[in-house]
Design a protein around this ligand. Sequence first.
Ligand SMILES: NC(=O)c1ccc[n+]([C@@H]2O[C@H](COP(=O)([O-])OP(=O)(O)OC[C@H]3O[C@@H](n4cnc5c(N)ncnc54)[C@H](O)[C@@H]3O)[C@@H](O)[C@H]2O)c1
Length: 247
Amino acid sequence: MILAGKTAFVTGASRGIGAAIAVGLAENGADLVISDLPQQAADLDKVLGRITATGRTGRILHLDVTDKAAIEAAVAEVGQIDILVNNAGILIPKRLEDLDEKTWDAHFNVNAKGVLLVSNAVLPQMRARKAGRIINIASIAARQGVPTQGHYAATKAVDLTLTRVYAQETGMDGITVNAICPGIILTEMGKENLGSQAAMDHWSNVAALKRLGDPDDIVGPAVFFASDMSRFVTGQALNVCGGIYFH
Ligand SMILES: NC(=O)c1ccc[n+]([C@@H]2O[C@H](COP(=O)([O-])OP(=O)(O)OC[C@H]3O[C@@H](n4cnc5c(N)ncnc54)[C@H](O)[C@@H]3O)[C@@H](O)[C@H]2O)c1
């Protein structure tokens, strides 16, 4: 129960990696605020059920991470947030030459600007308490650059830069900011992106651990960054990819 007494806020928490992190943080003692788009309400309810089954409390926000006013109002209303997990993200694969501006803008709005807006809404109270943990879910795509994911990889590279700069701008107030770079994780996004069993088999074989990721594989690193175990780690990014990328 290394997160006992803490409240964590996870965006995009209705499914996939966000849901796994939210439940995993609750299993380690945190109370939760979980948010996602209004159309994800039913899935978010199910995640809330898994959180309360651990004995922790949970609260739901129907929130678009691109809506600055709604984020600020929601954060003011929920009160103390000790741990923020910027997890909400989108991926619509397209070659750069086929990319339209709308798709480019949508990715930068959700994956990059969303991290800025939610972090900036939460940081004043963290600074006031001289404590806080921010965890940004980036991607190994940010490091490697992946065909059909140029725009997505660019947004995730922004997240790594935000992680490093926020760390330096907030460390004096006892706040750490770190990133997790998942590899291929079998969520709806991950499966859609792979597209075929052949691709799944190929990447399983490439991975040093000879399998692709499960959302629960991200929980341990998230708990580490959320807890005092990582108290002297900030501005860093951890690849959690089963060994498909090594830099
Ligand atoms: N699955 C992978 O292989 C993989 C790999 C690397 C990084 N990631 C990252 O992990 C995070 C979670 O991805 P996932 O695989 O669980 O995907 P997912 O599609 O299953 O979940 C993403 C969640 O974000 C929510 N979301 C999208 N736009 C939003 C918005 N504007 N406001 C609020 N919520 C919004 C979605 O409704 C969804 O619940 C993302 O940031 C993704 O880029 C995933």
